[in-house]
Ligand binder design. Structure first.
Ligand code: UDX
Length: 442
């Protein structure tokens, strides 16, 4: 089977290497010349465990990368994996998707049967619109949302909890059989297949992401009460999670969720409710709580310094929105750095991932204000250099910082206080060493 993957960003690249690993002939297509050049040489363009190994194994064998759309002519299946970023009003921007669909047309023979699969996260009704674009072509459109988590995307790809496939009609077996063939590896492993209509498949993705985001916002809201009354949110979460009806995942209180999916998908879901004149009361609150959480935590830091952090120096540990990625999109660490810089603080930022540090420098390099890189902001590649002489440490990404030498940190730091925005530290141990410790809701 020949497969084309349009858009080799995060989702498309993981999909391309994985389908190649299943043995299919895969062509990854992207308009970004630089990216394609690198991929052609078997070099990854993003930080993801195991990706380089799979690229080396398949590139220039059964996996090729190109900027040309030509391969779609001979493909049985064309996956659309382009980005659907957020517009100013919260809705998903579908320009890349429609432009890619439009470009494909010139390379297709109207009579030749093909399946177009939409992997991009798209609002309800999009699969139908794409089908309309191809109304005079022999084409079926399939909705196939993905649920990969950054940092462990390959592991997630090969161990999915479900495969969701949405079709125009379940009576037409041809695209169903073809998609089951693509994912036969999972069929054999008894992974549940959800075969349903377009609209249901489209909503499953938003429903899942918004639910997880809501779990996080729920526990984050509770953390503020726990903080006030002297309760420990970590113990509350643990105890809640022991009830299998609740489950123990995504109940870690912190400074909020970030990344390329949760914030954008929650807002896009709100828009879909509003467009259909249904009030999204709960989901709106999820977004609001998330936006407020970082401000609440920032105010907690400020209060410690009598509301004046001008010229105070902070070590911000964690730049990416979560561990082991280089992705700074909607990162709470970056939001916190912005807040600190805005009030005149000096920030020394650190992340274990080199590319995350590079990306952070690039964000601030272009800024000509006092908040720019090299002025009030420094990004360092050594945690001990980062904490040297600072007035406080702020933890913004849930790395296991317990493994660091806190005796050494104690000697390097100017003022022994830690604001643990992810509740990752062993608070008892830290306090015993003489640090003041402030977590989220504990
Ligand atoms: C998420 C979904 O998990 C995935 O299924 C979907 O395909 C894409 O969106 P990802 O964005 O990679 O994946 O990140 P995830 O690991 O889910 O974490 C998202 C954010 O939530 C992070 O900023 C993380 O710090 C935060 N989080 C997570 C919490 O604050 N508390 C938790 O308990 C869990």
């Amino acid at each position: 089977m020949r497969i084309s993957v349009l858009g080799v960003g995060y989702v498309g690249l993981i999909l391309s290497v994985s389908l190649a690993d299943f043995g299919f002939e895969v062509t990854g297509i992207d308009i970004d010349n630089k990216k394609i050049d690198k991929l052609k040489r078997g070099k990854s363009v993003l930080h993801e465990d195991g990706l380089n190994k799979l690229l080396e194994k398949h590139v220039n064998k059964n996996l090729t990368f190109t900027t040309s759309y030509e391969s779609v002519t001979s493909s049985d299946i064309i996956f659309l994996c382009v980005g659907t970023p957020q517009n100013k009003n919260g809705e998903a921007n579908l320009n890349f998707l429609f432009s890619a669909a439009d470009k494909i047309k010139a390379y297709l023979d109207r009579k030749e049967y093909k399946v177009i699969v939409i992997k991009s996260t798209v609002p309800v009704g999009t699969n139908r619109k794409i089908k309309e674009l191809f109304s005079d072509y022999n084409i079926d459109v399939v909705s196939n949302p993905e649920f990969l988590r950054e940092g462990i995307a390959l592991q997630d790809f090969f161990n999915p909890k479900r495969i969701v496939l949405g079709f125009e009609s379940l009576k037409n077996k041809r695209p169903i059989i073809l998609m089951e063939e693509v994912y036969n590896y999972f069929k054999e492993k008894d992974v549940p297949f959800i075969i349903t209509k377009w609209e249901t498949a489209e909503l499953i993705k938003y429903a899942s992401n918004a639910f997880l985001a809501t779990k996080i916002s729920y526990v984050n809201e509770l953390s503020k009460l726990a903080d006030k009354v002297g309760a420990d949110i970590k113990i509350i979460s643990h105890s809640m999670g022991l009830d299998p009806r609740i489950g123990n995942k995504f109940l870690n209180a912190g400074i909020g969720y970030g990344g390329s999916c949760f914030p954008k998908d929650v807002r896009a879901l709100i828009r879909q409710f509003e467009d259909n004149r249904v009030e999204p009361t709960l989901i709106k609150a999820t977004d609001k709580v998330n936006e407020e959480q970082i401000i609440w935590f920032f105010n907690k830091i400020k209060e410690y310094f009598n509301n004046n952090i001008n010229q105070k120096t902070f070590a911000v540990l964690g730049l990416a929105f979560k561990p082991n990625t280089d992705d700074l999109r909607e990162s709470r660490g970056i939001k916190l750095i912005d807040l600190l810089l805005k009030e005149g603080a000096i920030v020394k930022g650190f992340d274990y991932v080199e590319k995350a540090r590079e990306n952070a420098i690039n964000i601030y390099k272009s800024d000509k204000s006092e908040a720019s890189y090299g002025y009030n902001l420094y990004i360092l590649d050594n945690i001990y250099e980062t904490v040297k002489d600072v007035d406080g440490i702020v933890i913004t990404t849930e790395y296991n910082f317990n493994k660091e030498d806190w005796e050494k940190i104690k000697k390097l730091i100017k003022n022994k206080v830690v604001f643990d925005g992810r509740n990752t530290l062993d608070a008892g141990k830290i306090k015993k060493l003489g640090f003041e410790y402030y977590g989220v809701g504990r």
